[in-house]
Design a protein around this ligand. Structure first.
Ligand SMILES: Cc1ncc(COP(=O)(O)O)c(C=O)c1O
Length: 490
């Protein structure tokens, strides 16, 4: 391995033996250049990933065959690897690639911004770019969702959302309701409303939270009635990490009415389902309701920058931070509203409407659902459910034992809990290896394959995905397992 190049400065003898330097001479460490990084081969990438990023994660990459791939470029719906192989992207960066990879208008806007040497950090002076982006988001957002906080990640936007809601609710209404199987990010604050033991680890989290089943209006009503300290409810409009789960359609109107009745602030997390993915800009627009606070991120950055936004109703904002005394409590962080990311997001929103991508998500998303439902009808013993909205689609496999021939089921069924995710892993790995198609997986319900393609996805891409799956599933589960095991031996 070639990664241990750093001098050992803990070793006093090594330091003393080093050539004496004048106080102003700083020796350049063994740094990799940009061009060297681009030219790095897979073996070196693996070494560095293991040495400096996440050795444990490599285990999963190896299972899926991801560790053999170096992406050289990406355009539209495709990645291109070191061998010139074009990989069709239905993973879509977990929903962060609404415009696809390297959309030409995004590249152009960024190049021009750089050539003009525009200002980047917006701390001392106001930023025309942050102001324009906030205006655009307020224009798009229904009702009086007008006040915008800009950050860099979904977690940061959700931290902003939970804080503004808590402050507007006031200290006597400080309890926050969240849903089972929710995912709102991994930073310390939102971890308290992210329902995954894996992510929570054994961290000490705030305990002003109340957990309810997702989409269960009666459970929410009981909670509101029994605990007057509840002041906030936070829900993904469509659960992503939970396995693409939707609440009953009538749930949202009832939730809005219940929140109004009990004076509870409703925060809609649209980090994954927003920015057009569901076939509306915000998924909550399908139900004719407006939350008090919402958050978007991922695709807002046009697949090229880290950009996130929390958008609140004006009265909520004014209650929380509306005076000079309170204005700085949660003002933007160093990179909030940074220049190039802001103009990238401005261009992203314009492209989204100019190219009719939200409509495409609705129409081609329906086609994707239809084709997958036909696949489910063809393989009912393998596929348990197909669901979703627009380009946010989940395909759920049966527990592994149920997909096997009758004789094997009783023996294998005792392992079903442990084997959760294995079939989606086998299918995902073989779709990539044999068909050049990339799909995504799901944190909580690991039997679910998640499909979050760029919103530029066309019927021909859907056909390629579904025909590939059809061909793969036609091998039968036993052959799929054998093929997967063989792929691990190579
Ligand atoms: C619904 C939802 N909220 C919040 C987040 C956190 O976003 P980020 O990973 O950008 O911090 C995610 C990320 O997947 C998400 O899906």
């Amino acid at each position: 391995m070639t990664v241990m190049t750093k001098p050992n400065t803990n070793d006093a003898r090594a330091v003393l033996a080093a050539p004496s330097l004048s106080p102003v001479t700083i020796a350049k460490p063994d740094l990799i250049s940009v061009e060297q990084a681009k030219a790095m081969d897979v073996a070196r990438m693996t070494d560095l990933f293991k040495a400096h990023l996440n050795p444990g994660q490599l285990h999963f990459m190896k299972l899926l065959g991801f560790h053999k791939i170096k992406i050289e470029s990406a355009e539209g719906m495709y990645y291109v690897d070191q061998n010139g192989r074009r990989i069709l992207d239905f993973f879509g960066g977990f929903g962060s690639l609404a415009l696809g990879h390297n959309h030409p208008r995004i590249i152009e806007a960024r190049k021009k911004f750089q050539d003009e040497k525009r200002q980047e950090i917006a701390i001392a002076f106001m930023s025309q770019y942050a102001a324009a982006l906030a205006h655009n988001l307020a224009q798009i957002s229904p009702g009086d969702l007008d006040m915008v906080f800009l950050g860099s990640s979904g977690s940061e936007a959700m931290e902003a959302a939970i804080k503004i809601a808590e402050r507007a609710a006031g200290p006597k209404r400080s309890k926050v309701v969240y849903a089972e199987n929710s995912f709102h990010g991994k930073t310390k604050g939102v971890l308290a409303i992210t329902d995954g033991q894996l992510y929570r680890g054994e961290f000490k989290l705030v305990d002003n939270t109340v957990r309810v089943p997702f989409g269960d209006i009666d459970a929410i009503e009981r909670a509101f009635k029994s605990d007057p300290e509840i002041g906030v409810i936070i829900l993904e409009t469509i659960q992503g990490g939970g396995g693409i789960v939707q609440a009953p359609a009538e749930f949202w109107q009832k939730l809005r009415a219940l929140c109004d009745k009990h004076g509870v602030i409703w925060v809609a997390d649209e980090v994954q389902c927003g920015v057009g993915r569901s076939g509306r800009f915000y998924a909550f627009e399908h139900y004719g309701v407006v939350p008090d606070v919402t958050a978007v991120a991922k695709s807002l950055g046009g697949g090229k920058s880290a950009m996130a936004a929390m958008i609140a109703k004006r009265d909520i904002y004014m209650k929380a931070y509306g005076t000079p005394k309170t204005a700085m409590i949660h003002a933007a962080a160093t990179f909030g509203g940074i220049g190039e990311a802001s103009i990238t997001a401005i261009e992203t929103l314009n492209v989204l409407y100019d190219e009719g991508l939200i409509e495409n998500a609705a129409v081609t998303g329906d086609y994707l659902l239809e084709r997958l439902q036909a696949l489910q009808a063809k393989y009912p013993k393998i596929i348990k459910d197909v669901r979703g909205k627009g380009f946010m689609v989940g395909l759920e496999f049966h527990d592994f034992s149920q997909t096997l021939p009758m004789v094997l089921r009783p023996v294998v069924s005792v392992l079903d809990e442990k084997l959760k995710g294995s079939l989606s892993g086998f299918v995902g790995a073989l779709l990539l290896r044999d068909y050049d198609v990339l799909v995504a997986f799901t944190e909580y319900n690991r039997n679910v394959i998640r499909l979050l393609p760029p919103l530029i996805c066309q019927r021909e891409h859907v056909d390629k995905l579904v025909d590939s799956m059809d061909d793969l599933l036609s091998r039968g589960i036993v052959s799929i397992v054998k093929d997967f095991v063989k792929s691990q031996m190579k």
